[in-house]
Design a protein around this ligand. Structure first.
Ligand code: GUN
Length: 291
């Protein structure tokens, strides 16, 4: 293996330490409310990490659990309650939602000032109309923000300009906001997806390759340019020998790490940074709402 393995766990711990000091200086305790609807085991594990990490940096984090049969109206009523609650500075509705719930209506109902996911159309619009500076008070989607943080740490803030960045995946949660963030640091950005032709060739042009397609180990070492920085956003559970399952990314780690210059592992790469960036957003929201 040649590639440097990017330690997302350590970078996230460092960011949390910085945030804990800032939370300590706040006149109020930032309040984060995480809503989960239903009992998807992976989602339940993610939300527990979010509220636990919030508590670890001194925030008031709590989980609101709603049954799988919850209606759009019932979820909207809960969001209205939290929008009006002065002790709530951040609201996150864990996705995906059960299919009877209208996700767009739900995300639009969250007060944009408390939208710590950065998914409300107002915050999406602000991100896409930002220029070369992402303002300190902007609520930016957590996963791509964490990816950008890691890229700056690994490559250096000033080195990103002019680099070819290829994002595989066009989701609202990762692919599209990742493109906006990479543009803001002067990368040349390509968003590839399931209908893209000659995907391996396009990936081989990338100095920075972000894989966010949700397909286990799809991106192979042969798709990667020598020395490229690879950010693997995928978290896929696959079954192994003796019926035991384990997590893999969207990148085939063994072959990719022979070619890449640096690569994030799964787990321990993007995941911890996503949660740290959620805490950053909660602090930003709390500051704006209490100033
Ligand atoms: N599901 C997967 N990633 C995310 C995320 O960043 N935010 C929310 N709310 N749900 C998710």
């Amino acid at each position: 293996m040649n590639a440097r393995v990017i330690d997302g766990k350590a970078m996230a711990a460092e960011l949390r330490t910085e945030l804990a000091a800032l939370v300590d200086d706040m006149p109020v305790r930032p309040g984060l409310r995480v809503i989960i609807v239903g009992d998807n085991p992976a989602s339940r594990a993610y939300v527990r990490t979010k509220t636990r990490n919030a508590a670890e940096v001194g925030m008031d984090g709590s989980l609101i659990e709603m049954p799988v049969a919850t209606t759009t109206g019932e979820l909207l009523a809960e969001i209205e309650r939290l929008n009006a609650d002065p002790a709530t500075h951040g609201i996150l509705v864990q996705l995906p939602l059960p299919e009877q719930i209208d996700e767009t209506v739900v995300l639009d109902a969250i007060d944009p000032a408390k939208d710590v996911d950065g998914f409300h159309p107002l915050n999406v619009g602000r991100l896409f109309s930002a220029g070369r500076e992402i303002a300190d008070d902007l609520l930016v989607p957590c996963t791509p923000y964490g990816c950008l943080h890691m890229l700056k740490k690994v490559l250096g803030e000033d080195a990103l300009g002019g680099m070819n960045a290829v994002i595989v995946g066009r989701s609202n949660i990762v692919g599209k906001p990742m493109a906006a963030l990479l543009l803001s640091v002067d990368c040349t950005v390509t968003i590839a997806h399931s209908r893209t032709r000659a995907l391996p060739e396009i990936c081989r042009e990338a100095d920075i390759l972000v894989a966010a397609v949700g397909r286990a180990e799809m991106v192979r070492g042969e798709w990667i340019k020598h020395g490229a920085t690879v950010i693997d956003v995928g978290i896929n559970r696959v079954s192994g020998v003796y019926g035991k399952s384990h997590l893999v990314g969207d990148v085939h780690f063994a072959s990719a790490s022979e070619v890449a210059g640096a690569i994030t592992p799964v787990p321990g790469g993007v995941g911890p940074m996503t949660v740290a960036c959620l805490l950053r957003n909660t602090l930003v929201a709390a500051k704006a709402l209490t100033s």
